[in-house]
Design a protein around this ligand. Structure first.
Ligand SMILES: Cc1ncc(C[n+]2csc(CCOP(=O)(O)OP(=O)(O)O)c2C)c(N)n1
Ligand SMILES: [Mg+2]
Length: 668
C-alpha cells in the first residue's frame, strides 16, 4: 500500500474510533473528530514532540483540545500514540468511573493536559502554558543549553472563538508575542444551532492579525496543505500563529457531513453503515485499528524517543554545568515549602497601627516571593489597589520574560484561564488579583482550577461594602458565599496582619487546589489575642480569638470574619458589661474550618450555645456550617455609595449597633 493510502487509512481509523465510541455510548460528539482527523494526524505524526512513557516530560510540546466536546479525537490520538490507554478505555467512553469521560478531564488519562469543555477556557489555558514556557526559557536556558524549547498547540473551534475569553487571551498573547503558540481554528462553519451565518460573521483572520498573530489558511483535508501551514507557524517565532483550517464537520458521512446534526449526537446505526461504506471501511469489527496504522504511530514514537534521550543527556549536563540553575529547577518544580514558612511570613506584619489587610498582603507577598522562586503573578490592571507587585522583580513584557510581575490588562476571565495554564505547565505558582466583586468575571476559570485541583492563588481585595464611595457596583455582598460554594476552592478572609500571613502560607502549602485570599481596602486594627496564643490554630480556619470569662457560664458566641472580627470584639465589650459571658471566634476560612474534626468544631462552637455571625455579606452557607440557634448580622441588600464609616453606621456594623441587635434578639 502506498504511503498516501496508508495515511488515509490512519486518518479514517481516527474518524471511526470516534464514530464507534459515540455510537456505543449512545452519546457524544462525532462530527468534530471526523472533521479534524487529518489535522490531528499530521500534527501528531510529524510535529508534536512527546514521550508516551514519560507523559510529564517537562520539555514536551503541549496539546490542548480547547473544543473539548471533541474528546474522542484526543482519546484516540493518545491511544494510537502509545500512552497508557487501552482500547477498552475507548469502549468505556462516557461511562461511570471510566478514564474517558464526556469531556477531557485533567488527571483521567495521561496526556490530557487540561480539562476542557466550557468553550474558550482551553484557548486561555494554552496562552498560560505558552507564557509559562517563555518564562521558564528566560530563567533556565543558557547558551548552548536550550533545555526549554517546545511549543503549545491547540485546536479551537467556532465556539471557542466566539467566547469573550478567547478574545481577551488572544489579545494578550499577541501583545506578548508568544511565538511558541500555534493554534488550529477548526473553521467548519457549523455550531449547534446550524450555520455560523446565524451569529458569527466577522473576519476571523483579520481579527487575529490585528491582535498581532501570524495567520495562515489551510485545507483541512489536504495533508500537504496542513503540513506546510504548521511549518509556517513553527517558523514564526515572533508571533503566535493561527492556522485557519477549512474543514467539514462529520467528514465522510453521506447525509450528515457539514450539518449540525453530527455535532453532538451519534450518527445512528444506518448512517454509520453508510459512512463506513463511503470511506471504504469494514463494518466489522467496530473499534478497528489496522496493524499497519498502529505501525505508523509506533514509528513516530520511536523517532521521538531519540529526541527524548538527547534532551535527557543535555539536561543532565546542564545540571552539572549550572548547579545553581539545577537548584532553581528543583525549587520551582518541587514547590517545596520550608516548615518555618509561617514564622518567616509573620515577620512582614509586626503589630502596629490599623492597616488594611491588602497592605499586610503586599508585605507578606514580598517575603513569600523570596521563599518561593516559582511564585509569579499580577493583576487585571488593579495592582496599585490590590497591592500585588513583587517589588524586587520586573514586569513581564514581550521579549523579556525574566520578570515576575504579570500585567493581564483588564481581562479578568483570560487572567483566570491563563493562571490555570501556568499552574498546569508546572514550575510556577501563579497568582492573580482583582477586586472581589470582579471575581464574577473569572468565575468559570476559578471553577475549573478547583475541578482540576490546581495551585492557583487569587488575591481579591476590596472585599466588602467597606469599599465605600465607589458604591454598590464595586461592593461585593454575595461573592464570599458564591466562592465558598465551589468545591475544592479554599476561601480565606483574614482579619489582621497575622491572619493574612497565615492565609498566604496556607495558599503556598496547598498544592492540590486553588485558594482565594480576600482582603480589605480599609484599615483594620491588629486584634488582641490571649496570652500564649498558639498561632497554628489559625490554620484550622476558625478559632477562639477572645475566650469567655473563666468560671462563668458561656452565654453567647460571636463568629466573625475579616474586618468584622474587630466589630465583634467591640460588641463583646459592650455586652460583657451587661452581664453576658461571650466568646469571640475568628473564622478566616469556613472552607478550612468545615474540614476540621467535629470534635474541634464543637470545642470552638459548642452546639448548645447561641451564635451570632457577623459578616458584611449575605447569609447563605452559614447555617449549613453552624447548626446552632443563630442570628446573622450581614447584608440583605446591595450596598450604597458613601464613605465607609457612614456605611458602617447605616448598615449596622458598629460595635454598638451589633450589641443592640443582639440584645433585642436575646430578648425575643
Ligand atoms: C461556555 C460554553 N457554552 C456552551 C457550550 C455548549 N456547546 C458545546 S459545543 C458548542 C458549539 C459548537 O460549535 P463549535 O464550537 O463550532 O464546534 P463544532 O460543532 O464545530 O464541533 C456549544 C454551544 C459549551 N460547551 N461551553
Ligand atoms: Mg464549528
Amino acid at each position: 500500500m502506498d504511503r498516501l493510502s496508508l495515511e488515509q487509512k490512519a486518518i479514517n481509523t481516527i474518524r471511526m474510533l470516534a464514530v464507534d465510541a459515540v455510537e456505543k455510548a449512545n452519546s457524544g460528539h462525532p462530527g468534530m473528530p471526523m472533521g479534524m482527523a487529518d489535522c490531528a494526524f499530521v500534527l501528531w505524526t510529524r510535529f508534536l514532540r512527546f514521550n508516551p512513557k514519560d507523559p510529564n516530560w517537562p520539555n514536551r510540546d503541549r496539546f490542548v483540545l480547547s473544543a473539548g466536546h471533541g474528546s474522542m479525537l484526543l482519546y484516540s490520538m493518545l491511544y494510537l500514540s502509545g500512552y497508557e490507554v487501552t482500547l477498552e478505555d475507548l469502549k468505556q467512553f462516557r461511562q461511570w468511573e471510566s478514564r474517558t469521560p464526556g469531556h477531557p478531564e485533567y488527571g483521567c488519562l495521561p496526556g490530557v493536559e487540561t480539562t476542557t469543555g466550557p468553550l474558550g477556557q482551553g484557548f486561555a489555558n494554552g496562552v498560560g502554558m505558552a507564557l509559562a514556557a517563555k518564562m521558564a526559557e528566560a530563567r533556565l536556558n543558557r547558551e548552548g543549553f536550550p533545555i526549554v524549547n517546545h511549543r503549545i498547540f491547540a485546536i479551537v473551534s467556532d465556539g471557542d472563538l466566539m467566547e469573550g475569553i478567547s478574545s481577551e487571551a488572544a489579545s494578550l498573547a499577541g501583545h506578548l508575542k508568544l511565538g511558541n503558540l500555534i493554534y488550529f481554528y477548526d473553521d467548519n462553519h457549523i455550531t449547534i444551532e446550524g450555520s455560523t451565518d446565524l451569529a458569527f460573521s466577522e473576519d476571523v483572520e483579520k481579527r487575529f492579525q490585528s491582535y498581532g498573530w501570524h495567520t495562515v489558511r489551510a485545507d483541512g483535508h489536504n495533508l500537504n496543505s496542513i503540513e506546510s501551514a504548521i511549518r509556517e507557524g513553527i517558523e514564526e517565532n515572533e508571533r503566535p500563529a493561527l492556522i485557519l483550517v477549512r474543514t467539514h464537520i462529520g467528514f465522510g458521512s453521506p447525509n450528515k457531513q457539514d450539518k449540525e446534526s453530527c455535532h453532538g449526537a451519534p450518527l445512528g446505526k444506518e448512517e454509520v453503515v453508510k459512512t463506513k461504506q463511503n470511506l471504504g471501511w469494514p463494518l466489522e469489527p467496530t473499534f478497528y485499528v489496522p496493524e499497519e496504522v498502529k505501525a505508523i504511530f509506533q514509528e513516530r514514537v520511536k523517532e521521538l524517543e531519540k529526541e527524548y534521550e538527547k534532551w535527557q543527556a543535555l539536561y543532565q549536563t546542564w545540571r552539572k554545568q549550572f548547579p545553581e540553575l539545577a537548584d532553581l529547577w528543583d525549587q520551582m518544580y518541587r514547590k517545596k515549602v520550608k516548615p518555618s514558612l509561617e514564622e518567616k511570613l509573620v515577620q512582614a506584619v509586626p503589630p502596629g497601627k490599623p492597616t488594611a489587610t491588602r497592605i499586610h498582603g503586599w508585605k507578606v507577598l514580598q517575603l513569600a516571593a523570596e521563599e518561593m522562586p516559582g511564585l509569579v503573578g499580577g493583576s487585571a490592571d488593579l495592582a496599585p489597589s490590590t497591592k500585588t507587585i513583587i517589588e524586587k522583580a520586573s514586569s513581564i513584557r514581550a521579549g523579556d520574560f525574566s520578570g515576575r510581575n504579570l500585567h493581564f490588562g483588564i481581562r479578568e476571565h483570560a487572567m483566570g484561564g491563563i493562571l490555570n495554564g501556568m499552574a498546569l505547565y508546572g514550575g510556577f505558582i501563579p497568582y492573580g488579583s482583582t477586586f472581589l466583586v470582579f471575581s464574577d468575571y473569572m468565575r468559570p476559570s476559578i471553577r475549573l482550577a478547583a475541578l482540576m485541583g490546581l495551585q492557583v492563588i487569587y488575591v481579591f481585595t476590596h472585599d466588602s461594602i467597606f469599599v465605600g464611595e465607589d458604591g454598590p457596583t464595586h461592593q461585593p455582598i454575595e461573592h464570599l458565599a458564591v466562592l465558598r460554594a465551589i468545591p475544592g476552592l479554599t476561601v480565606i478572609r483574614p482579619a489582621d496582619g497575622i491572619e493574612t500571613a497565615y492565609a498566604w502560607a496556607y495558599a503556598l502549602r496547598k498544592q492540590d487546589g486553588p485558594t482565594a485570599i480576600c482582603l480589605t481596602r480599609q484599615n483594620v486594627p491588629d486584634l488582641p489575642r490571649p496570652e500564649h496564643f498558639d498561632a497554628s490554630l489559625i490554620h484550622k480556619g476558625g478559632y477562639v480569638i477572645s475566650p469567655e470569662e473563666n468560671g462563668r457560664k458561656l452565654s453567647l458566641i460571636l463568629v466573625a470574619t475579616g474586618s468584622e472580627v474587630a466589630v465583634a470584639m467591640e460588641a463583646k465589650k459592650i455586652l460583657q458589661e451587661k452581664g453576658h459571658n461571650i466568646r469571640v471566634v475568628s473564622m478566616p476560612s469556613t472552607s478550612i474550618f468545615a474540614k476540621q474534626p467535629v470534635s474541634y468544631q464543637k470545642e470552638v462552637i459548642p452546639l448548645e450555645i447561641p451564635v451570632v455571625v457577623i459578616e458584611a455579606g449575605i447569609a447563605q452557607g452559614w447555617r449549613d456550617l453552624i447548626p446552632n440557634p443563630m442570628l446573622f448580622i450581614g447584608m440583605h441588600r446591595f450596598g450604597a455609595s458613601a464613605p465607609a464609616e457612614v456605611l458602617a453606621e447605616k448598615f449596622g456594623f458598629t460595635g454598638q449597633a451589633v450589641a443592640e441587635k443582639i440584645t433585642a434578639w436575646l430578648q425575643k
